[in-house]
Ligand binder design. Sequence first.
Ligand SMILES: N[C@@H](CCC(=O)N[C@@H](CS)C(=O)NCC(=O)O)C(=O)O
Length: 203
Amino acid sequence: MPSIKLFELGPTRSARVRWTLLEAGLEYESIGNRVDIIGSEELRKVHPLGKLPAAIIDGKPLFESAAIASAIADLVPEKDLIAKPGTWSRYLHYQWVCFALTEMEAHVQSTEINSIDFVIPESQHVPGIIEQNSMMFKRGAAALNTVLGETDYLIEDRFSVTDIIVGYTVAWGQEQGLLSGFPNLVAYLERLLEREHCTLPPH
Ligand SMILES: N[C@@H](CCC(=O)N[C@@H](CS)C(=O)NCC(=O)O)C(=O)O
């Protein structure tokens, strides 16, 4: 069994990693689960920005939720949680992960940090950005909605870690009220929520 330590906090993007670990059937040591772990010296040794999640897998540090979840899926090839390395399906995994994080999640994240007094103090918020963020998220959401009208899951039409990563992004959009007009995304979330180990909704 690999040794896995996870710096986590319930509603954060560590939910992606926790869900993957549960699907993988791997045990792990949970570190943190308290707000003051964010930005702490202890966490900065693993994540240079002191953000969650971060992990130590067999003694090696790794950060970014999508990278950690993908690495964990690779630890259990028999569970078929991620397309095999070197296959076209694996490149599609990278495609959808990059798409979700850059074309969609970046915008809902910007809305969140400009709405709550946590990462950026309220005095430095730019409320005017929120409308543009919503518009940009919806542009990505429309493309994903079209694809999910043709397939239930993103890779090879079966559940994988790609859906864990992208599903979190879609759920974040739902939380911000951005899914109206995208019935296939709502149905996709409903499918994901039916899974025993699902950790959505994220916030
Ligand atoms: N792209 C990163 C985002 C990490 C991130 O921003 N995590 C949030 C919690 S969801 C955090 O720790 N924020 C504290 C901060 O920005 O200082 C990932 O997916 O892991």
